[in-house]
Design a protein around this ligand. Structure first.
Ligand code: IVH
Length: 710
């Protein structure tokens, strides 16, 4: 099957349109819409299963699929034999022989939220003839995102392995599965009287191994896999089993599909629950979901467990795209039964999609505090992992050119966990020729000065220190927590006061008229007074905060402290030469050059003079000098290490306290270690220290007592 670019673009646009379709239709309209829906679903199945490159999210696909189901339910006579609802999906190719599964491998129905799960629970109770207030027990486990497999054991030996295929027939991949160490070649099913069993599971690649595989492929000039699922499903079908082992595939088992004794009698009912069945597989040496599996007493517990995993899915070693909820009692499962597509006793809870497609409408350019220009893509708003995304950073010019992004492109956007959203790629097959190149500006969008780019830097920069956009960013930095730490003064205040014309340079921050602020809409006397207090307090900040607040390129917090320790007054730096800076340990030539240039500019010197006149501290304070630890300090000259989890304070705080008490923090247990503070659940470090016999071992409380002596 092939689609022209033009076809693909039309089908994509049609899909987006169909996503908004809801409600009942007259028969004629339903017939027409069904034809459209089937066309787009067949296209998306091709993109997903054949190319492994979907252009819509799973959620969008499911929405379209459900729309077909709804219309077909309304008008059953409109069901056609080739409707996508009339088959379970298919991964058969011609490379491997087909084999028939002992029992069909069905799909799962999907749910997306608490309401869907409550509906499922209600439905189960109806099917089982239970009271609506009864509680049904469920077993919940991850929905692994890999390739499904079925393993057949006969007389305790692995005799056959197959992919899911079309659900009835699968591809025989026995030798490939035998290559996986996590799949036992022999398992003692006979102890349970079982002669022949079929197990269902998923072949997966751990995320870190996936990264390694991709790095190696990149090195070898091979194409990289888009995600661990593609690497896993590809791995299942490799021609050489040795290569499968190298790929790092593992198999998780999550379902007993079939089990009979020597007379062919069904033995699945030897277990009371699904969970018991999985436990047996675990005992027999199979890899099964353990900490990730939970028996929940009722649907509320199910919802809580699903939400908990949605939060931590990115921290889990394997890719999962949801949870699977199964009625735990096998007797109850029997009562619920199956549709032709899925068991009625199970449902998948799908996590919010991490990827979605959207249109790149425009690119705007943001100017940072040191003049770096950051291109930002404006997108048609799209839902991603639960938030609406309409703007994503494009980082720099190289990012745009390497991905060949164009205005008007349909782009694939991803947001994983707490990570900020980013553009994965442009869907070039959806281009219609009207897309426009993104032309990076050659002059500053704010002040029009020519942009420059240093050889080893990625960003184009505006070097005009007086550039208005930069001045605003510098003011935002100046008041921020790490710099002058002016409580309550943030980005929105800076922008507001700047709009009012009150802030032209950072010195103006110390000239604000609090009566005027009090009369601004949304402010009032109280907030003006609080602001005044915070600004007054900031005026006596140590010198290192002032240095850092000036936004000199590369002058970070650490070097600001090193410089503040060397000078009595900020303007001494005016007379420093570049070599003078580099005499200080940890101060490099780049920052030396930038600080020198800053103080060579008479405007900057004038700015600092103004600030001094306005009462801002520009001199060294005692806080600018490194803390000297006296020889009387309780831990003077000792080395110390914290292990286990601390309950009275955080680890960083404990280390700072130890340092203030004269100790040196080190990171390993060796003969050089004097003190080990062992918190809860201390492990190997504690054992090692005990074995050494020379290390003083303290509890957290003993450490606190020790440092508070004197
Ligand atoms: S149970 C008859 N449990 O999801 C029960 N399936 O969308 C059907 N999957 O084809 C499957 N993790 O490949 C089950 N813990 C799990 C699963 C799981 C992933 C896959 C499986 C199935 C697909 C259905």
């Amino acid at each position: 099957m092939t689609y022209t670019k033009e076809n693909q673009r039309q089908l994509f646009d049609l899909s987006k349109k169909l996503l908004d379709e809801k409600g009942d239709l007259a028969e004629g309209a339903a017939k027409k819409q069904l034809a459209d829906l089937r066309k787009v679903i067949i296209y998306h199945e091709w993109r997903y299963y054949v190319l492994n490159q979907p252009v819509v999210s799973d959620f969008e696909y499911d929405t379209l699929f459900k729309r077909i189901e709804a219309l077909e339910a309304q008008y059953p006579k409109l069901i056609t034999p080739d409707s996508p609802t009339q088959r379970v999906s298919n991964d058969l190719t011609e490379t491997f022989p087909s084999v028939e599964h002992l029992v069909p491998m069905l799909s799962l129905a999907n749910s997306y939220n608490r309401e869907d799960l409550n509906d499922f629970d209600t439905q189960i109770k109806k099917l089982a003839g239970l009271d609506e207030n009864a509680a049904v027990e469920y077993c919940v486990e991850p929905k692994y995102d890999g390739g499904s497999i079925a393993l057949v054991y006969e007389d305790d030996l692995l005799v056959r392995a197959a992919t899911r295929g079309n659900g009835a027939l699968g591809e025989e991949i026995t030798n490939n599965m035998k290559a996986l160490r996590s799949v036992p070649m022999r398992a003692a099913f006979s102890k349970k009287g079982m002669k022949k069993v079929e197990l269902r599971g998923e072949a997966l690649i751990r995320k870190d191994i996936f990264d390694k595989v991709n790095k190696q492929r990149e090195k070898d000039g091979q194409s990289v896999f888009a995600n661990p699922r593609n690497a896993a499903t590809g791995g299942l079908r490799m021609k050489d089993p040795k290569e499968v082992a190298k790929r790092g595939l593992e198999a998780f088992l999550y379902q007993l599909g079939y089990a009979v004794d020597g007379d062919g009698k069904d033995l699945l009912n030897v277990f009371k629950t699904h969970d018991d069945g999985i436990e047996m597989l675990s005992d027999l040496g199979f890899k099964v979901p353990t900490d990730q599996r939970k028996v929940c007493k009722n649907i509320d517990e199910v919802v809580a467990f699903c939400k908990q995993w949605e939060q931590k899915r990115d921290k889990y070693e394997y890719e999962i795209d949801g949870m699977v909820i199964k009625v735990n009692s096998l007797a109850l499962q029997d009562k619920c039964g199956y549709t032709s597509h899925h068991p009625r006793w199970a449902i998948a809870y799908k996590f919010k999609a991490k990827q979605a497609t959207s249109k790149l409408i425009n690119v705007e350019y943001q100017i940072g505090k040191i003049g770096s220009i950051t291109p930002v893509a404006k997108l048609e708003p799209v839902q991603l992992a639960g938030v609406t995304v309409s703007s994503v950073s494009l980082h720099n010019e190289e990012f745009i050119t390497s991905k060949d992004l164009r205005i008007g492109d349909t782009v694939l956007v991803e947001r994983a966990g707490d990570v900020i959203p980013y553009i994965v790629k442009a869907m070039d097959e959806l281009r219609d020729g009207a897309e426009q190149a993104i032309v990076f500006p050659s002059s500053c969008p704010s002040c029009s000065s020519t942009l420059v780019k240093a050889e080893n830097e990625a960003a184009w920069r505006c070097e005009n220190y007086a550039c208005e956009a930069q001045v605003v960013q510098r003011m935002i930095h100046h008041v921020s927590k790490d710099a002058m730490d002016i409580d309550g003064f943030g980005k929105s205040y800076v922008e507001r006061f700047h709009e009012e014309g009150w802030l032209k340079t950072i010195a103006d921050i110390y000239r604000l008229d609090y009566d005027k602020i009090a009369s601004l809409e949304g402010f009032g006397k109280r907030s003006a007074t609080n602001l005044e207090k915070a600004i007054t307090k900031a005026k006596s900040n140590p010198l290192h905060r002032l240095l850092y607040s000036l936004s000199v390129h590369h002058l970070g917090k650490k070097v600001s402290k090193l410089l503040a320790a060397e000078i009595q007054h900020v303007l001494e730096l005016k007379d420093w030469k570049e070599e003078d800076f580099t005499l200080i340990k940890d101060v490099g030539p780049t920052v030396a050059k930038n600080v020198t240039a800053f103080f060579d500019n008479p405007d900057n010197v004038a700015l600092l003079n103004e600030m001094e006149e306005l009462g801002v501290n520009v001199k060294q304070t005692s806080d600018d000098l490194p803390k000297m630890v006296s020889e009387d300090a309780p831990l003077f000259g000792k080395t110390i290490l914290f292990t286990g989890s601390l309950s009275l304070m955080g680890r960083k705080e404990a280390q700072e306290k130890a340092a203030a008490a004269g100790a040196k923090n080190i990171s390993a247990v060796s003969s050089k270690l004097n003190i080990l503070v062992a918190g809860e659940k201390a492990g190997s470090k504690l054992k090692k220290a005990q074995a050494l016999g020379t290390v003083e071992i303290l509890t957290e409380q003993e450490f606190v007592d020790l440092i508070s002596e004197n």
